[in-house]
Design a protein around this ligand. Sequence first.
Ligand code: PLP
Length: 385
Amino acid sequence: MIPYGRQDISQQDIDAVTHVLQSDFLTQGPKVPLFEQAIMDVCGAKYAAAVNSATSALHIACLALGLKPDDWLWTTPNTFVASANCGLYCGAKVDFVDIDPKTYNLSAQKLAKKLEVAEKQGRLPKIVVPVHLSGQSCDMQAIHALSKKYGFKIIEDGSHAIGGRYQGKPIGNCRYSDITVFSFHPVKIVTSAEGGMAVTNDPKLAERLELFRSHGVTRDEQLMSKPADGPWYYEQIELGYNYRMTDLQAALGVSQMQRLECFIQDRHQIAQRYDQLLSDLPLTLPWQHPDNYSAMHLYVIRLQLDKIAKTYLEVFDALREASILVNLHYIPVHTHPFYQRMGFKLGDFPESEQYYKEAISLPMFPSLTEEQQDYVVSVLKEQLS
Ligand SMILES: *Cc1c(COP(=O)(O)O)cnc(C)c1O
């Protein structure tokens, strides 16, 4: 079996987790702030809040930015459902902006058009969530300029993108956004088993992220409404959640972060090799905007179906039957039954729907060997000839 993505666990990772098991703190100990620091060091943001998943990070990011019932959150249809669900958790309404045909990311042009219409209808979004698909940044400069014109906030969903760069600067520096979130699920670039993080440069937002990740409870006297009754005292000042990361997870994350650069280099090497080996086939290969150095989470090919005798499903099934666990990222969010019940229809976001008919994520992870890669290419070639 060759999966499309998998974690890379070293003896050092194992030792780091074991060490925590033998220590005083399994959670709320010293490893979480260390992991937060490691992420801040790489992405250049000033504050970080580690949580138990990127889904939780998206939720507390929306809460910190004050997303309320009847507000609008916009994102791309070409993402995991969590990028949209975070708006619904807050009681807000969700809408989508179709993708750019070359990067498959939320299109800044289509966003501009949709904002123009929304302004006239008095339904401008409070938050827009651009998703850096495959680890390639969206056109953040353009999206940021639109946020200034129309007054919305930006949460970058960088679940695929830790270690990637945009305009020469690390993704997550929040130069063009309010908050960036990362995921540390095992298929992502670095893992903490389950885990996520929200980073920001705004101290007020950082304070709110920290509140919402742990019950809305504070021990900071500056935030309390009464003087402390004693050393045990804390106050709940918001309705928060238990979204905390454990020290076991954070220790794994810290250890993994030491290999971040190697992981990304390996991924780029694999991508370059795919680029060469697949160049003569009836495929559209991933295109990189020159502003970007992708974290290369996914290697997505699109079948040029008009040049291929087989159907999409036949090619996909043949790869799976050959024990190559290719995948499809993503089912357009608005086509899920839950979202269709909210009134979205097939045809609403044609670019994402067309992509869904053609895209395949090939195996892409640091330990993928050249032999495995050659095998993937040979099975694909056989199918496309
Ligand atoms: C994986 C992923 C998420 C959710 O991450 P979890 O850590 O599993 O909650 C959100 N958005 C995108 C784009 C993802 O790929």
